[in-house]
Design a protein around this ligand. Structure first.
Ligand SMILES: *Cc1c(COP(=O)(O)O)cnc(C)c1O
Length: 220
């Protein structure tokens, strides 16, 4: 299957209310343009510099999502154009995004990354830390960011039972935090599910999936 066929194949498997982020990290602009010409408008990258370079080159109606771990000193390179930052896992980072967004007179939408995997290597906050952040006085002062949902990554394993438990944990955390209605926090998005597990993720409540290799082919 070429990129267009792969994209349509994924789209045929997901409900309309589920947003598809085409994860294009490491892939050349020509590949992204194939997806763009097939109608795709949301692209996910995990390196800020690479995303900024692609943003410069590509049509301006694309919605760019930063899905990777964010280094605070690089936030400034994406603040002007980024649509959604998925991997926010500390107040310090949120504070920096807010500071940069203020310079551009923007409100930047962010997802809090929740640690759902057992593996130590995965980034993310505990449910408790997320809750404490959201109810804190310092958080209320951040007027140039908005938390619009949660993101999670399951353990890299063939054990679908374990992955299912982890996805359900993110959904439970979402349901737990959703009643918090603040000017800068309205939870709508649950970002979970990748090429290997997006169907399971949707069954567990995901409404935003991040799919790379099933669209663009394996990465080197
Ligand atoms: C690379 C990546 C994906 C996509 O992974 P595939 O298995 O290629 O679909 C999704 N989410 C994050 C955070 C990633 O870094």
């Amino acid at each position: 299957m070429n990129i267009k066929e792969s994209l349509n194949n994924i789209k045929s498997q997901i409900p309309e209310k589920v947003a598809l982020v085409a994860v294009s990290k490491t892939k050349p602009v020509s590949d992204l343009m194939e997806a763009y010409n097939a109608g795709q408008r949301i692209f996910g990258e995990n390196k800020i510099q690479e995303m900024a370079d692609k943003y410069e080159e590509m049509p301006k109606d694309i919605k760019w999502h930063m899905i990777g771990h964010v280094q605070r000193n690089k936030v400034k390179y994406m603040t002007e154009f980024v649509t959604l930052i998925h991997g926010v896992d500390s107040f310090k980072l949120l504070n920096e995004i807010n500071k940069q967004a203020l310079k551009y007179n923007r409100v930047v939408n962010c997802l809090l990354q929740i640690k759902i995997a057992e593996e130590d290597s995965k980034f993310g906050m505990s449910t408790q830390d997320a809750k404490e952040l959201l109810i804190s006085e310092e958080f209320k002062k951040l007027k140039n960011i908005k938390i619009t949902g949660l993101m999670g990554m399951a353990t890299f394993t063939d054990d679908s039972n374990q992955v299912e438990q982890e996805f359900k944990k993110l959904k439970t955390t979402f349901d737990d935090l959703k009643p918090l209605q603040l000017a800068n926090c309205e939870l709508e998005i649950i970002s979970m599910g990748m090429s290997g597990d997006f169907k399971l993720a949707i069954d567990c409540g995901s409404n935003m999936i991040r799919v790379g290799s099933s669209i663009f082919g394996a990465r080197n």
